[in-house]
Design a protein around this ligand. Structure first.
Ligand SMILES: [Zn+2]
Length: 289
């Protein structure tokens, strides 16, 4: 099954909802970055969420970046999504190994530790929108719930899950975001909160064979769920030699001269997808001009 996002409403449009199946994008990220299971889970949860959050934006060129800087061994994560379901991302440290947490699960919260999450929305305005919140648990779903509540003033429920196979490949990945509009009636909010407290985890629902539509049906079926739209989602990096060369161009003249004087071509990797680009001495001399 290819990755895709479902968008829906419920309770007379007083609830909006998103769900995603994202196994392929998370597996592709794992292959690019050679991540250990706990980092696959951390990056995968963030990619899945960013893909849904990107789809909330309207403009074709709008970009959403979520950056986590943290004190745990993972040190940080960066993901970027466009408004068409495409995401890319990378961990600062890809090879963290930790024992399972108290629940026997991959210890994403332990890998991240304390930190700050920044959500940057570039919607073509003079200044991008930046919302910054402190990590609550480092488990990412709770951190995003807190972000939506405090930074966007939108009460939300976020569920994210990545299940890793014994051979470290990705078995399941997905998630949902449920948001309340300012006019959601109190009795609906109460019933929904109760419902969300009762449902299984995202990975359990995916393991049961549920599609994103069915996950939303489980949560919102009794509230008059209406699927409004589905869109494909995927890991996609738009890097090019030209784009990577801009990173080299930020080096000081002296550093560039040192590389040129060494007389050997260099290899520079795209942070987001790890693709390697070769720069010959001729390329570097050209850039120095
Ligand atoms: Zn790339």
């Amino acid at each position: 099954m290819n990755d895709y996002i479902v968008r829906a409403t419920a309770a007379d449009s007083s609830i909006r909802a998103f769900a995603i199946t994202s196994k392929n994008m998370v597996e592709e990220a794992r292959e690019h970055h050679h991540t250990t299971p706990v980092i696959t889970a951390a990056l995968g949860r963030l990619l899945s969420a960013a893909s849904m959050m990107g789809s909330m934006m309207k403009g074709e060129k709008d970009l959403l970046t979520i950056q986590i800087q943290c004190s745990g061994p993972a040190q940080g994560l960066t993901v970027t999504a466009d408004s068409a379901g495409h995401v890319k991302g990378f961990p600062k440290v890809s090879d963290v190994v930790l024992p399972p947490n108290a629940l026997g699960k991959l210890d994403v919260g332990g890998a991240l530790g304390l930190g700050v999450m920044s959500v940057i929305k570039d919607m073509g305005l003079k200044e991008p929108y930046v919302g910054q919140t402190v990590l609550q648990t480092g488990e990412i779903a709770e951190d995003l719930t807190y972000y939506f509540a405090t930074s966007e003033q939108i009460p939300s429920a976020v569920g994210l899950g990545v299940l890793v196979e014994k051979d470290s490949s990705v078995k399941q990945a997905g998630g949902f975001i449920i948001q309340l509009m300012p006019f959601t009636p109190d009795d609906i909010i109460e019933k929904l909160e109760k419902k969300i407290g009762e449902i299984k985890s995202v990975t359990e629902m995916l393991e049961d064979g549920n599609t994103p539509e069915e996950i939303l049906e489980i949560i919102l079926g009794e509230f008059g769920l209406e699927i409004t739209d589905t869109m494909p989602a995927a890991f996609r990096c738009d890097c090019s030699k030209e784009r990577v060369s801009r990173a080299i161009a930020t080096l000081s003249r002296k550093d560039l001269d040192d590389i040129i004087n060494d007389g050997e071509s260099i290899e520079v990797k795209c942070q987001f997808c790890n693709r390697a680009y070769q720069f010959s001495i001729e390329d570097l001399k050209e850039m120095r001009k």
